[in-house]
Design a protein around this ligand. Structure first.
Ligand code: GLY
Length: 390
């Protein structure tokens, strides 16, 4: 089964994809570790707790339940978990297993990064989104009132254990939310993965084991390569934010309650793709294919009541995080993207409006808007990023 090395200045480790791996997790927890704290939710524990429990038989471990929900991914919850660890005798030899979806991986990872100034972590993601994105690469953290994931740390795990069998019980909606992050990987770096998502649509949605293993492996390979080249998101790692600029604005605007993260990213990818027609010269055919594949794995929840002005205001308030400029990851073609800043507000507005209303016309090409492109010398600044592989 595939293993993808993640090599960072902080630590090098493998993301391992193997069916049934949860029940073999013990092999990835060093014998020298003290108490193993499993951070999870009650739902995940009901489904997979027995498998992990049998894997940890003979070890000293304690299960800590997090109530779940993006709105509860807060510092106050980390403090509660840390107090429970101290009460249970946790010390610097303890280890955290973050066992669940993206939110559990974020909060459990952050807990490990800060408990006793940092203890080892093993990530066991159980949703597709966490398997292909959240659990790989060491980003951990919680939300602040002022924004998502604004408080956290890079804390690389000892291993990421990806068991695709865990996906069998995932709701259809959660599964599709994870598929959007896989689509993201295809657009930013892997035309072959993108074609696979187009051509094996029904098998992918039916969760055929062979194709599921392939798409997970392709996405994790990309994530591992990108993080290994740029752990701290100084440069290349920013490409993983395709769809996230507008996606985060949509999540914040709907108080993290209407859209799953992957669904918000799907909307953000549509907006970025529509924006890319003018700003990054995305060919019409590629533009249509990206919009179509996102729709084919949909739908996302209804967008009614979302005002473009409110999303634009959210983007502006995010400006402070990147030297006062809104940055977009825009596809140049399927498999290659650029990070772009300085896109005129009216173009951002049009792209978001079109994403909200679907005005581009499904299956019609993006040619209708090509004439709106600016002359070449009036294009926004394209920050060149290295392309490895494709
Ligand atoms: N989810 C984007 C990243 O890990 O950089």
């Amino acid at each position: 089964m595939p293993r993808f090395p993640v090599v960072t200045p902080q630590r090098s480790y493998d993301a391992i994809i193997e069916r049934g791996l949860i029940s073999r997790a013990s092999g990835y927890v060093p014998a020298s570790a003290g108490i193993v704290f499993v951070v999870t939710t009650e739902d995940v524990w009901k489904l997979f707790g027995a498998a992990l429990e049998s894997a940890l038989r003979g070890r000293s471990f304690k299960v800590l339940f997090f109530p779940g929900g993006e709105e509860r991914k807060r510092l106050s919850e980390v403090e509660k978990l840390a107090e429970q660890m101290v009460e249970a005798g946790g010390d610097r030899t303890s280890l955290v297993i973050a066992f669940g979806g993206g939110i559990v991986n974020d909060i459990g990872g952050f807990l490990a990064s800060a408990f006793m100034r940092g203890i080892p972590l093993v990530q066991i993601p159980t949703t597709l989104l966490a398997q292909v994105d959240a659990a790989v690469g060491g980003k951990t953290g919680v939300n602040l009132v002022s924004g998502k994931n604004l408080f956290g740390a890079f804390h690389q795990p000892l291993a990421v254990l990806i068991d695709p069998d865990a996906l069998a019980t995932l709701s259809d909606r959660e599964y599709r939310a994870g598929l959007y992050e896989v689509i993201k990987c295809g657009v930013i770096r892997d035309p072959e993965l993108f074609r696979l998502l187009e051509s094996r649509h029904d098998d992918v949605l039916a969760r055929g084991p062979e194709v599921v293993d392939r798409i997970i492996a392709a996405a994790v390979r990309i994530k591992a390569e990108v993080v290994s080249a740029d752990e701290r998101e100084g440069d290349l790692r920013r490409i993983l934010n395709f769809g996230h600029t507008v996606g985060h604005a949509l999540e914040a605007e709907t108080a993290y309650s209407r859209f799953l993260h992957g669904e918000a990213v799907a909307f953000g990818m549509k907006a970025a793709t529509l924006l890319a027609r003018g700003a990054a010269e995305l060919p019409d055919a590629d533009c249509s294919r990206i919009l179509d594949v996102i729709d084919d794995y949909g739908p996302i929840p209804a967008l009614d009541g979302i005002a473009v002005d409110r999303l634009l205001a959210r983007l502006q308030s995010d400006k402070k995080t990147l030297k006062g400029k809104v940055h977009f990851v825009l596809p140049e073609r399927i498999g290659a993207v650029r990070v772009v800043s300085g896109v005129p507000d009216n173009e951002i507005r049009s792209a978001i409006e079109e994403a909200l209303t679907g005005l581009w016309g499904r299956m019609s090409s993006c040619a209708a808007v090509v004439n709106r492109r600016r002359p070449i010398n009036n294009r926004p600044q394209l920050n060149k990023l290295p392309h490895i592989g494709h």
